[in-house]
Write a protein that binds this ligand. Structure first.
Ligand SMILES: *Cc1c(COP(=O)(O)O)cnc(C)c1O
Length: 413
């Protein structure tokens, strides 16, 4: 089923047999992130447009391009095939020709991370592991907890102290064992890595695990298939660690290799101005060494990205760009996205919309551009974050006069 051929180090280009190493032995676990490659001569004979029509509407429809031998073997998490929604009023507000939203907030645990976790759990089950672990600011963890619950394997989760309550509740609801680490995200990450070695758990940390980007890649495969008759020329995606945008770009590029599309959209990478090491690396070749600030968009608050190189290469190869956006712009985007497109995005997801606005102001995008924004997570994930962006309701006495006063103000505005 799977057409995996080999692994390539993204730092030095060395090739390794599938399954032989986890990171490049000569570049080390920090730099030597691997990329999974496939035999396209075989894959392209299977993944034809008409053949796909009868396949399951989930990420498992792309089995040939996934690093899983038996993806159809139950119980598998039902992840993928999220809708692409036209957002004409939001497009007008941002000044671009067309805007569509790929709403990953409708995925099972409500974020794009479900795609990576579904592949992680399938791999772990094939490797006969009884437990998986990850360190996450939230969505990677909740998606792993969800997929592990479906597959009936144990999930150990390491979260930093600052984790939005909605995500914590999801973790506990799916029955994961949660370690709240008194320290930074980076310390939680290191502790998780140590524990994976000590207890032989399957490590779901995306950057070092080459197979997880393959799950995220299905966002790009799917987008290309869903827009095959009218593909966008730009795809905007917010960036923390860098796996998501690298995955989407890889999926889009692979659909070109399969002959589905003749053109690959440009990637617009969006980071929060306070924490923008990948945007920095895009222009200067390496992430900055100085300490980063912070952002209220917790899912992209990643000061030490592990996968910056894959993200930078992906955006470069697509002829794309990076922009950074202030927290106030992200907050504004949360409201715009809900009000003008009917999509409630968590702050890190709305950042992609803020990025489109910024790219338009800077002339990177023009009024004819046809953009898809990846809405990577649902707004209910981070209710306090949403409320900070959206303000307060109108306090009224139980009297019609108070209502009338508000209505008058609103209609005048
Ligand atoms: C993880 C995440 C991102 C960024 O993905 P990276 O792979 O870390 O770059 C963006 N938005 C949301 C909602 C996320 O959970």
């Amino acid at each position: 089923m799977s057409c995996v051929s080999h692994l390539v180090c993204v730092a030095c280009g060395a090739e390794y047999a599938e399954g032989s190493v986890f990171t490049c032995p000569s570049c080390g676990p920090q730099e030597g992130i691997l990329d999974v490659r496939y035999d396209f001569r075989v894959a392209e004979t299977m993944l034809r447009r008409h053949a796909l029509e009868s396949r399951p509407r989930s990420l498992w429809r792309y089995g040939e391009l996934l690093p899983v031998e038996h993806p159809e073997r139950p119980p598998v998490p039902d992840v993928g095939w999220t809708p692409v929604l036209d957002a004409p009023r939001l497009a007008r507000a941002l000044g671009v020709g067309r805007l569509r939203l790929k709403d990953e907030g409708r995925s099972a645990s409500n974020s794009f991370k479900d795609r990576a976790s579904a592949v992680a759990v399938a791999r772990a089950v094939e490797e006969r592991r009884s437990a998986l672990a990850c360190a996450s600011t939230g969505n990677a963890a909740t998606s792993l907890a969800y997929c592990a619950a479906v597959a009936g394997v144990r999930a150990y989760i390491f979260v930093p102290r600052e984790v939005p309550e909605g995500k914590l509740a999801q973790l506990l609801a799916y029955g994961a064992t949660v370690f709240r680490v008194g320290g930074t995200y980076d310390q939680a990450y290191s502790l998780c890595t140590q524990a994976c070695e000590a207890f032989d758990w399957y490590n779901r940390n995306c950057a070092v695990n080459p197979y997880l980007v393959e799950g995220k890649k299905t966002g790009g495969l799917e987008l290309a298939e869903q827009t095959v008759d009218d593909p966008p020329n730009w795809v905007a995606c917010s960036v923390g660690d860098g796996c998501s945008i690298a995955g989407v770009a890889k999926g889009l590029a692979e659909m070109k290799m399969l002959g589905f599309t003749s053109r690959i959209p440009r990637m617009l990478g969006v980071q929060a101005a306070g924490v923008a090491p990948v945007a920095y690396a895009f222009t200067r070749g390496r992430p900055s060494v100085k300490a980063e600030g912070t952002t209220y968009a917790d899912s992209i608050n990643v000061p030490v990205p592990r996968n910056w190189r894959k993200a930078v290469i992906a955006v470069q190869e697509s002829g794309g760009a990076f922009v950074t956006v202030a927290d106030e712009e992200i907050m504004r985007a949360v409201g715009l996205c809900g009000r003008l497109a009917g999509v409630f995005a968590e702050p890190a997801a709305a950042a992609a919309i803020a990025g489109v606005a910024t790219a338009r102001q800077r002339g990177i995008l023009d009024e004819r551009d046809d953009v898809v924004a990846m809405i990577t997570g649902n707004g209910l994930k981070d209710v306090p974050g949403a409320l900070r962006a959206l303000g307060q309701p109108h306090d009224v006495r139980p009297e019609l006069a108070d209502v009338a006063a508000v209505v008058e103000r609103e209609e005048a505005a």
